[in-house]
Design a binder for this molecule. Structure first.
Ligand SMILES: [Zn+2]
Ligand SMILES: [Zn+2]
Length: 284
C-alpha cells in the first residue's frame, strides 16, 4: 500500500553492506524513492568483530545511524538496520538473531521500528589448531555462500583480522598465516555476519523490513498517523475446561504514538479459550 504521506519522497538507507538488495524493493512499495549514500561508513558505529564497540542498545545504534545519514544528506526520511546475535533467551545452546529496522521521518515526527527474531542463523565461532579444523568449521556454517573471518586468538595481534573470506584459497592462506605467526599455535575462526556475506542474515533483515512495512501501513483510526502498533500484551486467556485464566495472551493493546489513542483487540491468536494443557489447574 502506498501512503500519500510518503509518495515520491526520498528515503536514505544507511547501509554499506548491500542491505538495499532486500530492503529497497520493500520500502519502494510505500511509494518511497530509496537512495544509498556513497561512502557511508557504518563500521564507525560498531562492528560484529569487536574492533569498534557499539554505542548503547541495538535500537539506539540504529537510530544514531539513521540520524547521521539525515545530517549528511539533508533529507527527511532515513532507514537503518541493526542486528544482534546472542544465545536464545530460553535455549542457551541455540544461537539467535534479532534484526531491527528503524524508520525515521523528521517531517512528520515519526519513528517506527520493525523487528525479526529468529533462530535461523549460522552465527558461530571456534578456536582451531589446524587448517583441517578450519575446513570442518567452514562446512558446518554454510561456507562459501556464507563468508568467514579468521583472526588471532591473543590480544597482541588483535588488529590483524581477515574478513570476508569466501574461497578455499583465502581460507587456507589466512589460517596458515595466523597459525604460523601466533605464539599459541591457535587461530580464532568465526562466521562473517555482515549482511552481504551472510544470506541467512539477509533473509532476517528482509523479514524485519516486512514487519516495519506492516507497522507503517497500520494507521491510527483517530489521527491516521502510521505506526499504530501493539504496545502491550495482556495474559489471561481462559482455560477451555475450567475457565481459569492461563498465561496465554487474551488481548493486545494498540496505541498511537502521535495522539495516544488506544484500542484493545481480544484474542489476537484467533482462539477464545486456551488448551487445558496450558492450564495450571487442569494440567498441574
Ligand atoms: Zn493517532
Ligand atoms: Zn483449566
Amino acid at each position: 500500500m502506498s501512503l500519500p504521506l510518503f509518495t515520491n519522497r526520498v528515503a536514505v538507507l544507511a547501509t554499506m553492506h548491500q542491505k538495499q538488495q532486500v530492503m529497497a524493493p520493500i520500502l519502494e512499495e510505500l511509494g518511497l524513492k530509496v537512495i544509498v549514500p556513497a561512502n557511508f561508513n557504518t563500521d564507525i558505529f560498531g562492528t560484529f568483530t569487536r574492533e569498534v564497540k557499539r554505542p548503547g542498545t541495538q535500537i539506539e545504534a540504529a537510530r544514531i545511524k539513521a540520524q547521521k545519514v539525515l545530517e549528511i544528506t539533508g533529507e527527511t526520511i532515513a532507514v537503518a538496520s541493526e542486528g544482534s546475535f546472542a544465545p536464545h533467551p530460553s535455549l542457551p545452546y541455540i544461537s539467535s538473531n534479532r534484526e531491527i529496522v528503524i524508520f525515521i521521518d523528521k517531517e512528520n515526527d515519526l519513528e517506527i521500528i520493525g523487528e525479526e527474531f529468529s533462530i535461523d542463523t549460522n552465527h558461530s565461532y571456534q578456536i582451531i589448531n589446524s587448517v583441517d579444523e578450519a575446513y570442518e568449521f567452514a562446512s558446518k556454517v554454510g561456507f562459501p555462500e556464507h563468508g568467514l573471518i579468521v583472526m588471532f586468538d591473543e590480544p597482541k595481534n588483535s588488529s590483524e583480522v581477515f574478513k570476508g573470506i569466501t574461497t578455499l584459497d583465502q581460507l587456507t592462506e589466512a589460517v596458515n598465516f595466523v597459525l604460523s605467526h601466533s605464539t599459541t599455535g591457535k587461530a580464532h575462526i568465526e562466521t562473517d555476519m555482515r549482511a552481504m556475506y551472510n544470506p541467512t542474515r539477509m533473509k532476517n533483515i528482509e523479514k524485519a523490513t516486512r514487519n516495519l512495512i506492516s507497522k507503517i501501513n497500520s494507521c491510527c483510526q483517530r489521527c491516521s498517523a502510521p505506526g499504530f502498533e501493539i504496545t502491550q500484551r495482556i495474559q489471561g486467556l481462559p482455560c477451555e475446561l475450567c475457565y481459569a485464566p492461563t498465561l496465554l495472551i487474551k488481548s493486545v493493546i494498540y496505541q498511537c504514538k502521535k495522539c495516544e489513542y488506544k484500542e484493545e483487540k481480544l484474542y489476537p491468536d484467533g482462539a477464545e479459550f486456551a488448551d487445558p494443557g496450558q492450564c495450571m489447574y487442569c494440567n498441574p
